[in-house]
Design a protein around this ligand. Structure first.
Ligand code: UD1
Ligand code: UDP
Length: 415
């Protein structure tokens, strides 16, 4: 389905997102905030209404295990899922709902592609009436994409408590669009769910309250743990004919790399490297568009450019790869968990634990260094360690925190 078609569609069983009527009489939240001690009440015995927002591919792996746990306990939780529609191609969104068995979203906002301001504005105006109608007790926002920030802002403006899953990550590089999203989302979040030690330090340095920080672990790794048997059985078709353990898996999509001249150099380097090791490159739509715009092509049967692949196929590829070259955030973590050598084509990472404990090496934003990969692999000695609490139980800890959180209640008297 095209972006334009989705922008105007409502799927069966979904709410009408941006078209949801605003309930004029809906009681506003009390003006209290989650971290204001005098405003809190003891844990409630009523069902907790949790509204989660997803919009892009990586959001889905992060929310899937939380959604599954909440939906398994209908006596305790009501879960509402909103998809902003920032990613809309089948292989960037719907395929993960099927593979990870995520329940269809209740609301689809049809935000689509556009400038940062357009995406954020469309998400906020689409989400506001949904929030007013649903009146959730808490809103969960995973990750660091435009949908994450927009949803956090919309909820925060309505004084609805916000829980940020993957809080505290910092690249300290404001040219990276996600860095602004991370900083601002954390600034308005009441529950800060972290999965690495430096996240706590970053948040405390920025003035977050210790009480708001919850070291739950990595929900993206929960998904990997849950899917491991199916990944082990997978026979990744995009590597057909390549020996398992011999090939390089590549993903590149950061604007700093793909929206400029460095992409052509990276493609040329990968073509040369394929003489040493076969290359499988599932291409992100941003990258595909840039390659087409600049007439970039690869040649040779040892380098294979394919469309983005599903989760099982992709993790099947990664777990059988000799190494991975990426600029993705999530893939730095998944390779660390799987102890597959990872080379990150960026100057920095918001996930330093993947370098200090894990299998990740920062190559820099320097495509010429792709040529060093075979030697680096030959010299590689140290095995990766899995960071604490990347154990498949992070979503349980998120749900425990939600159960025990002292959330402010609606105060209709103030309406
Ligand atoms: C977004 C996130 C980035 C995240 C990445 C995960 C922001 C600022 N960026 O980047 O942090 O790492 O998702 O993949 O939120 N497109 C399609 N089909 C789709 C989606 C996108 O063709 O389903 C194309 C469009 O040409 C679009 C471009 O990809 O303009 C970029 O999409 P966008 O969502 O703006 O950013 P990403 O690069 O995907
Ligand atoms: N992924 C996938 N298919 C692909 C490329 C990535 O299923 O073709 C998965 C990957 O395993 C990880 C997530 O998508 O779970 C990462 O998404 P992405 O790299 O787009 O975003 P980032 O993590 O950089 O924000």
């Amino acid at each position: 389905m095209t972006e334009a078609a989705l922008a105007t569609s409502t799927r069966p069983g979904m709410g009408d997102g941006a078209g949801t009527s605003m309930t004029a009489g809906a009681p506003p939240r009390s003006t209290t905030c989650l971290t204001t001690p005098q405003a809190t009440l003891p844990p409630m015995s009523k069902r907790l209404k949790v509204l989660s927002i997803v919009g892009t591919r990586p959001n889905l792996m992060k929310i899937a295990p939380i959604a599954a746990l909440l939906e398994r306990r209908p006596e305790d939780f009501e879960h509402v899922l909103v998809h902003t529609g920032q990613h809309y191609d089948y292989e960037m969104s719907q395929i993960f709902f099927q593979e990870l068995q995520i329940t269809e979203p209740d609301h689809y906002l049809g935000v689509g592609s556009g400038s940062h301001s357009q995406q954020i504005a469309r998400t906020m105006t689409g989400l506001e009436p949904v929030l007013l109608e649903a009146q959730p007790d808490v809103v969960l926002v995973p990750g660091d994409v435009n949908s994450t920030l927009a949803a956090a802002l919309a909820a925060s403006k309505l004084l609805i408590p916000v829980g940020h899953v993957e809080a505290g990550l910092r690249s300290f590089d404001r040219t990276m669009p996600e860095e602004t999203n991370r900083l601002l989302t954390d600034a308005v979040s009441d529950l800060l769910f972290i999965h690495s030690p430096e996240a706590r330090e970053n948040l405390i340095r920025e003035g977050a309250s210790e009480d708001a920080i919850h070291d739950v672990g990595n929900t993206m790794i929960d998904t990997l743990v849950a899917m491991q048997a199916r990944i082990a059985e997978a026979e990744p078709v995009s590597a057909d004919g390549f020996e398992p353990g011999s090939y390089l898996v590549v993903t590149l999509h950061r604007p700093a790399l793909v929206d400029g001249p460095k992409l052509a150099e990276a493609v040329a380097q990968l073509t040369s490297l394929s003489e040493h090791m076969p290359v499988v490159f599932p291409v992100h739509p941003r990258t595909r568009a840039a390659m087409e715009a600049h007439g970039l092509a690869v040649s040779g049967d040892r380098i294979r450019i394919v469309d983005p692949v599903g989760y099982i196929e992709f993790l099947g590829l990664v777990s059988r790869a000799r190494a991975v070259l990426t600029d993705s955030g999530g893939i730095q973590e998944e390779t660390t968990f799987l102890n597959v050598p990872c080379f990150t084509l960026r100057d920095n990472t918001e996930r330093p634990v993947t370098v200090t404990l894990g299998s990740n090496v920062l190559l820099g934003l320097a495509p010429e260094r792709i040529a060093e990969i075979p030697d680096a692999l030959a010299a590689r000695g140290q095995l990766a360690t899995v960071p604490p609490r990347w154990d498949g139980r992070a979503a349980d800890r998120v749900v425990d925190v939600l159960t025990n959180a002292e959330l402010p209640t609606w105060t209709p008297a103030l309406a």
